[in-house]
Design a protein around this ligand. Structure first.
Ligand code: FAD
Length: 370
């Protein structure tokens, strides 16, 4: 089966890799280079607690989170790339006594036990992460929150895909998905027609533009995220720390990442004074010693966001052989392994391996039908 995947972010690279392993002849078309956009800009936090209010989302998140140890190992074996998979857990500071009680109650829930949730009091915080502000009176610790180096991970997926037989066409913008008589036939890339039996649209925040190229619509738009990295010398943190408005990620590479804004500003590619001021003041309130560390770099990226905040994964309604995988918003790194497997099951067996009813693209089309 000939498959064209549009987009060389983590979603497209992971899907291309899994499809090639399953025997498909895959061409991945990327207008820039793999990992050039959101997948390179992310913080790489793998939080299986993500969006627990939507049950199916929790299942998806947990299923992907469980795949990570084997994904990291498989990619290392195939490419030699260490994706810096770290399993030290995240501290969620809690502001007041009632938050602390809620944290304790949560830690007793069976569901949360799978993730190793503990409630920490002040003494435990002082002992485990002494650099945290003395104002923090309690915390929820999630042992199961892990993190990776997402730039390395995306490149590892791309290299593994090439090793499995994928042809990557970089610097090659797709101007149109060819839809003919209700069937997807391929794409136009660099004025060249690339024929395919199946087309997968994984163009991140730009996937709506691809839908428009064949006269359809997808309500996916960018949500800008700004980040700043400090040189983590001397090191002050060993765990991830996640508060309401900021998170801190100590990387094995020697950087400490501070992220991230969530902004609705279209595709304005800019790191702003307000964005940096907000992140740095929130970070130094949490961990005062960060104020002395040098800034190593700043950047921004565009998360793909759908109007209901959920991923869009599955067959395109009304067009045979066309599929979409996008809108992973704040959790695309976490959700890449499971998304790639779901797409592979769908293309080859005609059905996904998990219940993903909530994420099908036809939800946007149903809404318009009275
Ligand atoms: C600051 C920030 C922090 C984040 N932190 C985390 C985190 O800690 N954990 C987590 O799980 N997620 C995080 N995310 C979210 C995560 O990065 C995204 O959900 C994920 O990277 C989306 O992957 P993608 O492949 O869909 O999109 P992208 O990585 O944006 O890839 C889409 C690709 O499609 C290409 N493309 C677009 N249009 C075309 C076209 N017409 N032709 C050819 N190619 C095209 C683009 O060049 C791009 O390379 C963060 C995001 C940001 C911005």
């Amino acid at each position: 089966m000939k498959v064209v995947v549009v987009g060389g972010g983590i979603i497209g690279c992971a899907a291309a890799f899994e499809l090639a392993k399953a025997g498909c002849a895959v061409t991945l078309v990327e207008r820039s280079t793999p990992g050039a956009e959101a997948s390179g800009a992310a913080a790489g936090v793998l939080s299986a607690l993500a969006e627990t209010t939507v049950t199916h989302y929790s299942h998806l998140a947990l299923a992907s989170w469980r795949l990570y140890p084997s994904v990291a190992e498989e990619l290392r074996e195939r490419t030699g790339i260490d994706v810096e998979y770290v399993t030290r857990g995240t501290i969620y500071p809690l502001g007041n006594a009632s938050d602390v009680r809620r944290g304790e109650a949560r830690s007793r829930l069976e569901w949360n036990r799978q993730l190793g949730i503990e409630a920490w009091d002040v003494a435990e915080i002082r002992q485990r992460e002494p650099a945290l502000s003395p104002g923090i009176r309690g915390a929820m610790f999630v042992r199961g929150d892990h993190w990776v180096n997402n730039q390395r991970l995306t490149i590892a997926y791309a290299q593994a895909a090439v090793g499995a037989g994928v042809l990557i066409r970089a610097n090659s913008p797709v101007s149109r998905v060819i839809v003919d008589d209700g069937y997807a036939r391929g794409v136009i890339a660099d004025d060249e027609r690339l024929e395919a039996d199946r087309v997968v649209m994984a163009a991140g925040a730009w996937t709506g533009e691809l839908a428009a190229s064949f006269g359809s619509r997808l309500p996916v738009e960018p949500r800008r995220g700004q980040m700043v990295a400090l040189t983590h010398v001397p090191p002050v943190l060993t765990h991830c720390v996640h508060a309401d408005n900021v998170y801190l990620v100590p990387r094995p590479s020697g950087e400490l990442l501070i992220g991230a804004t969530v902004e609705r500003v279209g595709f304005q590619r800019a790191v702003t004074a307000a964005g940096m001021a907000g992140l740095l003041s929130a970070a130094t309130r949490l961990v005062p010693a960060l104020a002395d560390l040098p800034i190593a770099r700043t950047w921004c990226g565009f998360r793909p966001w759908a109007v209901d905040g959920l991923p869009v994964i599955g067959p395109w309604p009304g067009v045979e052989n066309l599929f979409v995988a996008t809108a992973h918003f704040r959790n695309g790194i976490l959700l890449a392994p499971i998304t790639a497997r779901l797409m592979t099951a769908w293309l080859l067996q005609g059905r996904p391996s998990l219940d993903i009813e909530d994420f099908l693209p036809d939800r946007f089309f149903k809404e318009r039908t009275p």
